[in-house]
Write a protein that binds this ligand. Structure first.
Ligand code: NAD
Ligand code: ZN
Ligand code: ZN
Length: 390
């Protein structure tokens, strides 16, 4: 089959590789009809996430048709069924899965020892990601093996296009969880850093969850325009001070809820002049790595919530933690517990409350995937979300 394969930093290729096979009775094989490139895939492309090996098949946003089912998954899944596959593999039996904490499933990561060594704990197995999360072959491919397939799927009813439901596997529940864990009240202002695909889903989710005012921050004009079309007030962080503008829009009080939909990328694009005064800038200059996190701590209203769907790895230091403590801020973060949210979100799509396909700007065949990684990373050609057709 054809698949997108990691060969090293800045080197993802479309290769011919062996078809996947059932390896365990709980496995299924899915023929991929549509898949997508995620901001998290850029961490692999740019090789800022460790634990990749040459030959790894990438991709964790995909859907398709079940073509083979192992003996132990047959009561839950049938050949011919149409499924979106969540990016988090979950067993359904461990203590964390029983609590709905699927992204920290204790049994789906087959490289537990490696994960413990680097993260200090085990996360769930993830598709097409680092060997720290199990090194499972990804879904930017014609076929994919789905481990623990009796749990790891979202069944899709007829009448909905691939594009309408594909994002149930990652970015829609990710944006939703980021907003939902802010416990949004009708009087709340929600500020969202990052208008990439995750930020866009977060904006729509915060509005569906009834926020009084949603403010979106980025510097890419097309992304800001899409945020505005979704109902947000926008701030271009290259043109104005984010903190000053947020204070202005909240009567000097600051937003009650602040969401980081940027992650590690912030250290590369931080503009220190968007900060408040020289003394604070001096503190921030020591490391721009946690620019968004710092901005959130400074501007969030006391007793507010910081929610962090953006992905970080390793150390992020020089945070004004004393300010966070004394403001009494609540922190929520993590990889998304995808299946916790998907029944509700599928209903909302069916009811017409939202059509997540609005975010797609590019649809291309799988073999154009490698160049599309670069278009998406560099935000060229108005690229916001790339969909691939194997
Ligand atoms: P993306 O790279 O397309 O979007 C990031 C956006 O942030 C860009 O539009 C960029 O211009 C903007 N940005 C950069 N620096 C900024 C700053 N200082 N202030 C405001 N905006 C800034 O990626 P994406 O697909 O939207 O993903 C966003 C993040 O979410 C990534 O870190 C990704 O790994 C993560 N993610 C997490 C989960 C999860 O389960 N928690 C799932 C999917 C993606
Ligand atoms: Zn993702
Ligand atoms: Zn589990």
């Amino acid at each position: 089959m054809r698949a997108l394969v990691w060969h090293g930093a800045n080197d993802i290729r479309c290769d011919t590789v062996p078809d996947p096979e059932i390896e365990h009775p709980r496995d299924a094989i899915v023929k991929v009809t549509t898949c997508a490139i995620c901001g998290s895939d850029l961490h692999l492309h740019d090789h800022v996430m460790p634990g990749m090996e040459k030959g790894d098949i990438v991709g964790h946003e995909f859907m398709g048709e079940v073509v083979e089912v192992g003996a132990e998954a047959r009561s839950a899944l049938k050949v011919g069924e149409r499924v979106v596959v969540p990016f988090t593999i979950w067993c359904g039996e461990c203590d964390q899965c029983k609590r709905g904490n699927y992204s920290v499933c204790e049994r789906s990561n087959r490289n537990k020892a490696l994960a413990d060594k680097v993260f200090g704990h085990t996360t769930a197995g993830l598709f097409g990601y680092t060997h720290l999360t199990g090194g499972y072959a990804g879904g930017q491919a014609e076929y994919v093996r789905v481990p623990m397939a009796d749990r790891t799927h979202i069944k899709i009813p007829g009448g909905l296009s691939d594009e309408q439901v594909l994002f149930l596997g990652d970015i829609f529940p990710t944006g939703w969880q980021a907003a939902a864990q802010c416990d949004i009240q009708p009087t709340d202002t929600v500020a969202i850093w990052g208008c990439g695909p995750v930020g866009q889903m977060t904006i729509r989710s915060a509005i569906l969850l009834g926020a009084k005012q949603v403010i979106a921050i980025d510097r890419v004009p097309e992304r800001l325009a899409m945020a505005k079309a979704g109902g947000a007030i926008t701030i271009n962080f290259e043109e104005e001070s984010v903190v000053e503008r947020l204070n202005e829009l909240t009567g000097g009080k600051g937003p009650e809820k602040c969401i980081d939909a940027v992650g590690m990328e912030a250290h590369a694009t931080a503009t220190l002049d968007s900060m408040m005064d020289r003394a604070k800038q001096a503190l921030m200059l020591e490391s721009d790595r946690a620019h968004v996190l710092r901005e959130m701590i400074y501007v969030c209203r006391p007793a507010g919530t910081l929610s962090i769907p953006g992905v970080y790895g390793g150390l992020v230091d020089k945070l004004p933690f004393g300010m966070a403590m004394n403001k009494g801020l609540t922190w929520r973060m993590g990889q998304t517990h995808v299946n916790r949210w998907t029944d509700d979100l599928l209903n909302r799509i069916q009811e017409g409350q939202i059509d997540p396909s609005f975010v797609i700007t590019h649809t291309v065949p799988l073999d154009q995937g490698p160049e599309m990684y670069k278009t998406f990373r560099d935000k060229r050609d108005g690229c916001i979300k790339v969909v691939l057709k194997p």
